[in-house]
Write a protein that binds this ligand. Structure first.
Ligand code: SF4
Ligand code: SF4
Length: 131
């Protein structure tokens, strides 16, 4: 018994051509951290809780001009933020810093994540305030 060769019809390759007409859009939801400097109390919570240890800050103490509560005579002090840095070369975009901040002064700007050299990935107050 002789076997008949299978007949191929249509495209010789037999590959189905699917028209992918649906465009997919990538939305960056955690691109850049934004720091509202005026609301930061330098409490260090974000620094301590960041699992990647990529936040550092420096603050100075100065007398608080606000009147003492209850008329006490002890001078009150407050922390004034001097520097705040995020190293995006280490950041995992986990958002722990945003979640733990008691004054809600950290948030995300949905922009593409920072790129650059190792040094350029360390963003200070200027970039975090106006990313
Ligand atoms: S997103 Fe996560 S890893 Fe990045 S700075 Fe905040 S706590 Fe640290
Ligand atoms: S947790 Fe918030 S208030 Fe505290 S140091 Fe970080 S950014 Fe500032």
């Amino acid at each position: 018994m002789s076997e008949q060769p299978a007949e191929v019809s249509g495209p010789a390759s037999g590959i189905a051509h699917v028209n992918h007409s649906v465009e997919t859009e990538t939305v960056a939801v955690r691109g850049h951290l934004v720091l509202h400097v005026e609301s930061c109390t330098s409490c260090m919570l974000c620094v301590r809780e960041c699992p990647a240890w990529c936040i550092s800050l420096r603050a100075r103490q100065e007398p608080d001009p606000a009147p003492a509560i209850g008329g006490g005579r002890k001078e009150r002090t407050r922390h004034v933020l001097e520097s705040f840095e995020v190293d995006y070369g280490l950041c995992m975009y986990c958002s722990v810093c945003v979640d733990v901040c008691p004054t809600d002064c950290l948030s995300w700007l949905p922009e593409p994540t920072p790129v650059g050299t190792r040094a350029q990935l360390v963003h200070g107050i200027e970039q975090l305030h106006n990313p």
